[in-house]
Design a protein around this ligand. Structure first.
Ligand code: PGA
Ligand code: ZN
Length: 434
């Protein structure tokens, strides 16, 4: 900091402190996500700041998502950033987020980002936002949402699972989740999730001495176990931890039902358990799980085009969040269709399902206006990027779904702990209205 002595010094100080968000340089590189798949990372320098963002990837992707990468994959995406995107963006202001996101759509020219790649748009959009934030010397969440963004999300943590995220004889249900709903701080909530995860590990080892401690894509335990047994173990761990920490830990599930649905048979096929269910049976099965285990959250209970069954379940399972991931694919258009018939009451927000930050923001706003709970979510393939933490606060999501264990998951949790420290006494925990 300059020492101010008289007018000339003050003028010099102002000059030195002048901020410019004008974009000076863009670089794209190929690196790896947590599955070892290639992905894209973007660096953006402004006159006063710098932003870096890399794109995640899904394993159980919705059909309505934008295309992740063009046909030539990450190499082509990288070339296109240099040849098509950089010339358009250099010289523009990084704080014009909406205009830049619109420009990305224009450069691509398609509905589903098939030319540039949705992941390319995602990494550029996020790097632009961060470059603007650092230009102002602000944390990303504050740059996007302002001083009054002071509410932290409850962490929805994946503690046990199977489906597309783990092979062998793991459960057909993709994710068994824990959600602490009344923790006093984010750190307390995160500790509760860690403890539940650890407790489940001990219970699994006690139940089956041959359990190798294997974990799936998102760091959740991947045991050889049936869904009902898995639920009992998760329930026991949640009960114990709730009592020990005086934090209410509730259970959720991500059925990822599109991965079970066989269109030819019109049945949900639970391969590993040897059970098939038609839509009516699937509804009854889910209602029994919700009632028997007091579930607070069920994601993708039906396949991605069955809006009507989502509506029926949400109507019957009052007090439980019925959330659309593959169903909505973070798309305003699909969410609008859902809102018309009250298909579910919550939506997963995965920014790379739609490409840009502005698109994700618009879907989140639409959700909130219709009293749908928006949940900021990771993908199964992640990098150690921490923007998700900032987006959950900036987009006012009362829940963040980002795993419990593993470096790429903990990176987001730890960033929220840092945000909690930045907010200090002003921090509030989100209250879930069910
Ligand atoms: P993903 O899905 O593997 O496509 O990221 C995770 C999820 O279904 O929530
Ligand atoms: Zn899902």
């Amino acid at each position: 900091m300059l020492k101010l002595e008289g007018k000339d010094e003050l003028a010099k100080y102002n000059e030195a402190e002048e901020v410019s968000t004008v974009i000076e340089n863009i670089t794209a590189r190929k690196l790896f996500n947590s599955r070892g798949e290639e992905t894209l990372e973007i660096d953006i320098s402004t006159v006063s700041g710098f932003g870096r963002a890399s794109a995640p990837a899904g394993a159980s992707r919705g059909k309505a998502e934008v295309i992740s990468y063009p046909k030539g994959k990450v190499d082509l995406a990288r070339r296109q950033v240099e040849e098509l995107v950089a010339p358009e963006l250099i010289g523009r202001n990084a704080n014009e987020q909406e205009e830049i996101d619109l420009l990305l759509h224009e450069i691509d020219g398609t509905e589903d980002f098939r030319n540039l790649g949705g992941n390319t748009a995602y990494a550029v959009s996020l790097a632009v936002a961060e470059a603007a934030a650092t230009s102002y010397g602000m944390p990303l969440f504050q740059h996007l949402a302002g001083y009054f963004a002071d509410e932290l999300p409850c962490p929805l943590g994946n503690v046990l699972g199977g489906g597309k995220h783990a092979g062998g004889k793991t459960p057909d249900i993709q994710e068994f989740l824990v959600l602490p709903i009344n923790a006093e701080s984010f750190s307390d909530a995160a500790s509760a999730n860690v403890l539940v995860h650890q407790r489940i590990g001990s219970l699994l080892r006690r139940k089956d001495a041959s359990f190798t401690g294997g974990r799936g894509e998102e760091g959740a335990w991947a045991p050889n176990i049936k869904s009902e047994q898995a639920l009992q173990i998760v329930a026991k761990a949640c009960d114990e931890v709730s009592e020990e920490l005086s934090v209410e830990c509730r259970i959720g599930l991500d059925i990822a039902a599109s991965t079970l649905w066989k269109q030819e048979e019109e049945l949900y096929v639970y391969d590993r358990e040897g059970i098939k269910r038609n839509s009516g049976e699937q509804l009854d099965f889910l209602l029994s799980l919700i009632w028997n285990h007091n579930l607070i959250y069920v994601e993708d209970p039906f396949h991605e085009n069955d809006f009507e069954s989502f509506a029926e379940l949400a109507d019957k399972a009052r007090g439980c969040l019925i959330s659309g991931d593959d169903l909505f694919a973070t798309s305003k258009k699909r969410l609008t269709r859902g809102i018309e018939i009250s298909a579910g009451n919550a939506i997963i927000i995965k920014t790379n399902q739609v490409g840009t930050l502005t698109d994700a923001w618009e879907a989140t706003e639409l959700a909130r206006k219709a009293s749908y709970v928006p949940i900021m979510s990771h993908r199964s393939g992640e990098t150690t990027d921490t923007h998700l933490a900032h987006l959950s606060v900036a987009l006012h999501c009362p829940i963040i779904k980002t795993g419990v264990m593993g470096g790429t998951r903990v990176a987001k949790i730890n960033e929220l702990i840092r945000i909690e420290e930045i907010l200090g006494d002003r921090t509030k925990m989100a209250v879930l209205s069910l």
